[in-house]
Design a protein around this ligand. Structure first.
Ligand code: SF4
Ligand code: SF4
Length: 621
């Protein structure tokens, strides 16, 4: 039985990933609409939904970006359809405009917004703590600690959403989204896919006069949510009769449990699942009944500041330890060792350092562009052109996607990278305040997500820059989700393909050229022309992701690789040093070889712009 069938089963106990458990939660909650823009660590929710949504009766789409996804879900929720939107933590920055306002309008049916936070920044540009968004928007915040809770708390979140007419912020972290555990199924609610929008101008049209009145209602609702949080079963005390207590939530709870076991400590725990609004009375009671209370939470002292506030307002003298007084770290995800370090410091306990895999001296394996990646060919061509034209210290703004790896040697073409779409806006800024040539890079999905306003801005304001759109026909970094440039939708069914070239032309760009990056000569000519053009010039380097091509060829039974003819190879090392495909290596005898397992058969290394001696030859089976 496939995972997809398993998730649709009526009952059972299954070993699921946190993100898979969330999909099961959607089915049990009777969610009728879901939308997202893919982002780690929340991507698997979409990967699974795209396979089962249709069968389950759920409307699902990959939206162009997170704010659009939230708006799609919000419209469904105000029309009486339970709706869900999910995104990585920085995606909520993109969605934040709608996020703040939907809290004012409220909803009719349940609306849950999932943020996948990424402590330690495994695949993100920052590790912002999105719990602050709940406080910012007066929105309830729910935090699960394992896959079972991820499912159960999601169902509960929809109940809270509907009880109070509020959207709910549902926060996982990488560790929770990617943790596996046994999940006991609950009852499936009937999925309601179609609703009816009952107009209510004062509530749903946030003109200033309406927003003014909605603010009062928002505060009233928030005060009621405080009572709900006090009595929520998600905020539970695990009592061990100790005079010491720990307050914790999310993934930190798991590390606390392991650390206490390892140190053989019996300490009472107040585990928060309904983290905001904080159950202040419960916290005050917990503080009063303990001599010392330690707060363990990943990232910011979100809970701690509120606990200290409760103590101050209630005149409670219990000693509180956490991040603010230096007993717990502010950065990166927790593990039992980090919690044990804090507990040892607080209780003066000596402890032996545990042996971990981190102690094994493994070789470093930095991420690289895959063998056959079309982006490598584009970077190589751009590098050659900048050398040929002797450009003086050109600037290469880059963007979010696999192609960020262009920062590595030998390309070193990622000088500035802030967020989705920033390559174009920053290129505009550089072009106005420096006399350096600016060549920026953005992927196809990122272009649709956040690049178009930057391009229009650049053309309108007469900036001078070269933009290379790396169109690999997919959203590769997050797992090959479709984007508007493809003729398929989330269900892999036919959809309207949006032409990047037509958008660029419509924005008023005069120099627009689409090239195949595997054709280095053609790509170099285009880059040279673009650099020598005035204003904004755009090159679309269009070639599907090497992994997709590889997959297709394997299915066709085609196997093409390249190998080095040792009789022709002069050991000039250009292919190794300057092209740097990971399939090409130098053996212990100094011979240049190609690993047949890694080689993708793209053939770019065999062209005379990489191997001028025609030593790299095709082998076909
Ligand atoms: S570029 Fe060609 S000649 Fe030079 S080392 Fe590589 S395979 Fe040999
Ligand atoms: S053909 Fe050359 S560049 Fe392409 S994957 Fe094989 S070794 Fe790498």
């Amino acid at each position: 039985m496939s995972l997809y069938d398993v998730l649709l089963n009526d009952s059972g106990r299954y070993f699921l990933l946190g993100n898979e458990a969330i999909v099961r939660g959607l089915i049990e909650a009777g969610v009728g609409a879901a939308a997202t823009y893919p982002g780690t660590p929340s991507s698997e929710v979409g990967d699974v939904l795209s396979r089962i949504a249709k069968k389950a009766g759920i409307y699902f789409e990959y939206s162009t970006n997170e704010i659009v996804a939230l708006e799609v879900a919000a419209a469904a929720a105000v029309s009486g359809v339970r709706a869900f939107t999910f995104m990585k933590h920085v995606g909520l920055n993109v969605a934040s405009d709608a996020f703040m306002s939907i809290s004012y309008t409220g909803t009719n049916s349940g609306l849950v917004i999932m943020t996948g936070d990424d402590p330690s920044m495994f695949s993100s540009q920052n590790e912002q703590d999105n719990r602050h968004y709940a406080e910012f928007a007066y929105m309830p915040l729910i935090e699960p600690s394992n896959p079972q809770e991820a499912k159960d708390y999601l169902v509960y979140s929809f109940q809270i959403s509907e009880k109070y007419g509020t959207p709910v912020l549902f926060r996982t972290t990488t560790r929770i989204s990617h943790l596996r555990g046994i999940v006991e199924y609950g009852k499936k609610m009937e999925i309601n896919r179609m609703g009816h929008f009952k107009k209510n101008f004062e509530k749903f049209t946030l003109l200033p006069s309406n927003a003014y009145r909605q603010k009062e209602k928002l505060i009233e609702r928030f005060n009621k949510l405080k009572d709900e949080s006090e009595n929520s079963p998600l905020n539970r005390i695990e009592a061990n009769g100790s005079e010491y207590g720990i307050i914790t939530s999310g993934a930190a709870y798991n590390s606390v449990k392991d650390a206490l076991k390892e140190l053989n400590l019996n300490i009472d725990i107040l585990k928060l699942g309904f983290t905001y609004p904080l159950p202040e009375k419960k916290v005050a009671e917990f503080l009063r009944s303990h001599r010392k209370v330690i707060i363990f939470e990943e990232l910011d002292p979100f809970i701690e500041t509120k606990v200290r506030m409760v103590a101050q307002i209630s005149g409670i003298n219990t000693q509180i330890n956490g991040k603010i007084d230096g007993f717990s770290p502010w950065s990166y995800e927790f593990n039992p060792d980090r919690v044990m370090d804090s507990l040892s410091m607080i209780f003066g306990i000596e402890r032996r350092k545990r042996e971990t895999y981190g102690d094994i001296n493994l070789p470093k394996r930095p991420p690289v562009l895959c063998p056959g990646c079309p982006h490598r060919a584009t970077f190589y061509a751009a590098k050659l052109v900048t050398k040929q034209l002797r450009l003086n210290d050109p600037i290469f703004p880059n963007d979010i996607g696999c192609y960020s790896l262009g920062y590595q040697k030998p390309y070193q073409m990622s000088d500035f990278l802030l967020c989705m779409g920033s390559s174009i806006g920053s290129a505009s800024g550089f072009s106005q305040v420096t006399d350096q040539k600016v060549i920026s890079f953005i992927g196809d999905s990122t272009f649709f997500h956040a690049g178009i306003p930057g391009l229009i801005n650049a053309v309108h304001n007469n900036h001078r820059l070269v933009l290379i759109i790396l169109d690999n026909r997919t959203t590769a970094m997050t797992g090959h989700q479709p984007n508007p440039g493809l003729p398929i939708n989330a269900y892999r069914e036919p959809a309207t393909e949006i032409s990047i070239e037509e958008i660029v032309k419509a924005a008023g760009v005069k120099y627009v050229k689409t090239v195949d990056p595997y054709d280095l000569k053609e790509t170099m000519i285009a880059i040279r022309e673009a650099v020598n053009s005035d204003g904004v010039s755009v090159i679309i380097a269009k070639r599907e992701c090497a992994l997709l091509r590889d997959d297709r060829m394997r299915k066709n039974g085609t196997w093409i690789i390249y190998q080095v003819n040792q009789d022709k190879c002069t050991k000039c090392m250009n292919c190794v040093r300057n092209f740097s495909c990971p399939a090409i290596f130098v053996d212990k005898d100094g011979n240049v070889k190609i690993d047949p397992v890694l080689c993708d058969g793209c053939g770019v290394c065999s062209t005379n712009l990489v191997c001028a001696f025609h030593a790299i030859e095709r082998v076909e089976k």
